[in-house]
Design a protein around this ligand. Structure first.
Ligand code: TYD
Length: 198
């Protein structure tokens, strides 16, 4: 069994994480056994997360469920890594730090970190796809979507929190407004950088 590699992609909605994750998997799969996975997960706690998100107005419950889902999903990730697989995960603990601190208030960041520290394993590499929230919203919902003031203000707070976490935890920033090929080239360069080190 070889060494596994754990790569995480983070970013606000519309940053292009999912398609970058798929392109990275395509590039890596001739040389490595790649597992593409995501949070909220496809497990039963992930279903509970989606159910809680649909019932608005329970931000604390959602925060706890995101972390519970992560605890459950991390068990699977650990097994894949132990089998020497390369795991590409669309969202991980930084999503909770960014989104839930934006929802619950900055003062909750320390608590969210503590909670996550108990359940996560350190990724070998985290890429943060950084984008102006107005551009991200228009990409997801069509032009003019960014005029939804409340959502835009929320995503601005999420982005600010992401950038702080990225600095503290040494994430690699990728400018998500770049053409997809260019973002992919940067991501692959970062992967080569960590595989040389391990
Ligand atoms: P996701 O399925 O990644 O949505 P998308 O494909 O649109 O990016 O995530 C669903 C939503 O859940 C997304 O708005 C981000 C949010 N989320 C959190 O708020 N906290 C978390 O810990 C995670 C994993 C996701």
């Amino acid at each position: 069994m070889g060494e596994g590699l754990f790569i995480v992609l983070e970013g606000i909605d519309g940053s292009g994480k999912s398609s970058l994750a798929a392109s990275m998997a395509d590039r890596l799969s001739p040389r490595r056994e790649v597992i593409l996975t995501a949070e909220p997960s496809d497990g039963w706690v992930g279903d509970a997360v989606r159910r809680a998100s649909a019932e608005e107005g329970a931000p604390l419950l959602e925060a706890l469920l995101f972390v519970a889902d992560r605890a459950h999903h991390t068990e699977r990730v650990s097994r894949w890594l132990a089998e020497g697989k390369t795991v590409i995960c669309d969202r991980y603990y930084a999503s909770t730090l960014a989104y839930q601190s934006a929802a619950l208030g900055d003062g909750m960041m320390g608590w969210l970190r503590e909670l996550n520290d108990k359940v996560v394993i350190r990724p070998d590499l985290t890429l943060l796809l950084d984008i102006d929230p107005a551009v991200g919203m228009d990409r997801v919902n069509g032009r003019g979507a960014a005029s939804k003031f409340e959502e835009l203000e929320y995503l601005k707070r999420v982005r600010d929190a992401y950038l702080r976490v990225a600095e503290e935890d040494g994430f690699k920033l990728i400018d998500a407004s770049l053409p997809e090929e260019e973002a992919l080239a940067q991501a692959m360069k970062a992967v080569e950088g960590v595989t040389e080190m391990i």
